[in-house]
Design a protein. Structure first.
Length: 125
């Protein structure tokens, strides 16, 4: 039988943050399209997207570089950030700023990241 090695969930989440951040930083218009946001009618959106991107890159990179209790604290911080993102997506949907399909597309990845972070904490990632 093959010896299959599974990536640590914290490492996977951190690499995912960096990848999403780099993509959003280098091409905010593509990121807003993927998030189904109205970039053409909101000229400030690339700025906000790049702010989001830099945060994701920073949290991902520092998590990868940390160990022990500092790493667990960063994972907990990431869970809190993702919780705030989920709330923001839900609130945008509730207020009508985005339609329901877009809202779910914003909320679901944030909740998924919260779950991955929680799994990482439990597995002592």
């Amino acid at each position: 039988m093959a010896n299959v090695r599974v990536m640590n969930p914290v490492t996977g989440l951190a690499l995912g943050r960096i990848a999403i951040g780099v993509g959003a930083l280098t091409s905010p218009s593509l990121a807003t399209t993927l998030f189904r946001l109205d970039g053409p009618n909101n000229p400030q959106l690339p700025y906000m997207t790049r702010m989001f991107a830099s945060r994701e890159i920073a949290v991902g990179a520092i998590t990868l570089a940390s160990r022990g209790s500092a790493r667990r604290n960063l994972v907990a911080l990431g869970i809190a950030i993702d919780g705030a993102d989920a709330f923001a997506g839900f609130d945008a949907m509730r207020s009508g700023a985005v339609n329901q399909r877009t809202g779910f597309g914003l909320v679901a990845p944030a909740i998924g990241a919260m779950i991955a972070g929680a799994i990482g904490l439990v597995s002592k990632g």
